[in-house]
Design a binder for this molecule. Structure first.
Ligand SMILES: C[S@@+](CC[C@H](N)C(=O)[O-])C[C@H]1O[C@@H](n2cnc3c(N)ncnc32)[C@H](O)[C@@H]1O
Length: 298
């Protein structure tokens, strides 16, 4: 597994700065969010409490609330400015209903997926669209399992290592610094789900190609999205115009039919809350045998 995890405050700052204009460029996020919602509609659920983990500007929060009108919605994000956007969007979508005394408004929580500010066994549905890729899956998935009720459902997407491979390759022509965030592969995520004790984990990947007129346009979009390079070994300081031009030139080798492709490897996953969690009995920790066995298939 990759140990070069980004620093939390950089992720929070980057997304916080992006909050106001995020929706203008969140094309992939809308597509994967819709796909995740479609997959969710195949499951019959009547959740009492729903968590949109890494809620961003709240598009999915509003759609989930419509789908489960009786559920208590929880919106959590590491960037408070994103929560602010989500709140405004939700209020706008609710119209005058929000003034009704019995209106069921979401709770907005600033927090980290690796340290959820929620009680054990307290959530029936966790929906996380493209929000977990900056976390160590062993930690975030263990946290998810902790707060998920045993019959609760986790549905998520994250990014795989082939994401932005063209940009990574173009930068590799120019210098030796990591300029594109590193992502865990599906097998690491699967192992982490098993280790966390989540039940019946299922994973698959899909590739999406966005196209751009220039490498500069792609890098600008990534900045607007807040998905900046937060690698700990990244190059500090400003990048000169000449360097950017060199990256742009190297990226040109990928041009097809007049446009530049940017590949995204999206990992889709779902699992149920595990029935058996660690039981503490008089100072000793008991772990069920099926959580110790190393199962390869996911
Ligand atoms: C690409 S956006 C996706 C937002 C939203 N889920 C959507 O579908 O539009 C990623 C979001 O995850 C949040 N995020 C990143 N790391 C997080 C963490 N460790 N804990 C909670 N939220 C996190 C970011 O602040 C950002 O709002």
């Amino acid at each position: 597994m990759n140990n070069e995890l980004p620093k939390k405050h950089l992720v929070a700052r980057s997304f916080g700065n992006a909050a106001a204009h995020y929706d203008d460029v969140a094309v992939l996020q809308r597509q994967t969010g819709d796909e995740l919602l479609d997959r969710l509609s195949l499951v019959t659920l009547q959740p009492k409490r729903v968590l949109d983990l890494g809620v961003g500007t709240g598009r999915n929060l509003t759609l989930l609330a419509k789908r489960y009108p009786n559920a208590q919605m929880l919106a959590l994000d590491i960037a408070p400015a994103m929560l602010q956007q989500a709140r405004q969007r939700y209020q706008k979508a609710s119209g005058i209903k929000r003034w009704l005394p019995y209106s069921n408004m979401p709770f907005y929580l600033a927090g980290d997926a690796e340290k959820l500010p929620l009680a054990d066994n307290s959530v029936d549905l966790i929906f996380a669209n493209l929000a977990l890729q900056w976390c160590d899956p062993r930690i975030s998935l263990a946290e998810i399992q902790r707060v998920l009720r045993p019959d609760g459902l986790l549905m998520f997407t994250t990014l795989g290592p082939d994401t932005l491979r063209e940009l990574r390759q173009a930068w590799a022509e120019v210098d030796d610094y990591p300029h594109v965030n590193m992502f865990y592969d599906m097998h690491d995520v699967g192992e982490a789900m098993m280790a966390a004790g989540l039940a019946e984990p299922v994973l698959d990947t899909d590739r999406y190609t966005l196209t751009y007129d220039s490498a500069m346009a792609l890098m600008k979009d990534l900045k607007v999205l807040g998905a900046r390079n937060v690698n700990s070994g990244r190059r500090r300081g400003l990048t000169g115009k000449n360097t950017i031009k060199q990256v742009g030139d190297a990226y040109e080798t990928f041009r097809r039919d007049g446009v530049l492709p940017a590949t995204y490897e999206v990992v889709y996953g779902h699992a149920w809350g595990g029935q058996l969690k660690q039981q503490k009995i008089e100072g000793e920790v008991r772990i069920p045998v099926n959580q110790i066995l190393h199962r390869k298939s996911v």
